[in-house]
Design a protein around this ligand. Structure first.
Ligand SMILES: [Zn+2]
Length: 159
């Protein structure tokens, strides 16, 4: 899909956050929550290396949004992310009423890369966001940045 330059800026920040996660010994995922006026409200990267496998950035952003934003603000916000939300995060996103999602790499792409690398399947099924949260507008993948994300995942898995 083709995204606007401003959106690419947010997605590049997601790639940077994913790289920061990798540097910290964590899986390379990063996400940014952007308000209707284009302001970056919150950002995070994966923190599952702590041992808590639910510490995905999209889940953190959903809980941040629930705590700090009104219902209309959440509905008008966009979550940019390096990888498509997993089912847990897609559910959290929908439960708190957040708006659009724009991702660099799809869950199907990630699953394909992990298969290539011989990494075992996760304990939660890999489903597209639309299967979990049918009313959320989802855009991606973004080919301009997909190779960078793939390279980060290959590095994490020692390839
Ligand atoms: Zn997740």
């Amino acid at each position: 899909m083709a995204v606007k330059d401003t959106e690419l800026t947010y997605l590049r920040r997601c790639v940077e956050l994913a790289a920061e996660a990798l540097e910290a010994g964590d899986e390379p995922f990063g996400s940014v929550l952007v308000g209707a006026d284009g302001t970056v409200l919150a950002e995070d990267h994966n923190r599952v290396a702590s041992g808590d496998r639910t510490r995905h950035p999209e889940f953190e952003l959903a809980r941040w949004a629930a705590a700090h934003m009104s219902e209309p603000e959440r509905a008008a916000a966009t979550v940019y992310t390096s990888g498509e939300h997993c089912p847990m995060c897609a559910a959290a996103h929908a439960w708190v009423g957040l708006g659009r999602i724009v991702y660099v790499a799809s869950s199907a792409q990630l699953a394909g890369w992990l298969d290539e690398l011989g990494v075992g399947r996760p304990p939660v099924r890999t489903l597209p966001v639309g299967e979990v949260a049918p009313d959320v507008v989802v855009e991606g993948p973004v080919p301009e940045l997909t190779a960078e994300i793939r390279a980060l995942h290959r590095r994490f898995h020692g390839a």
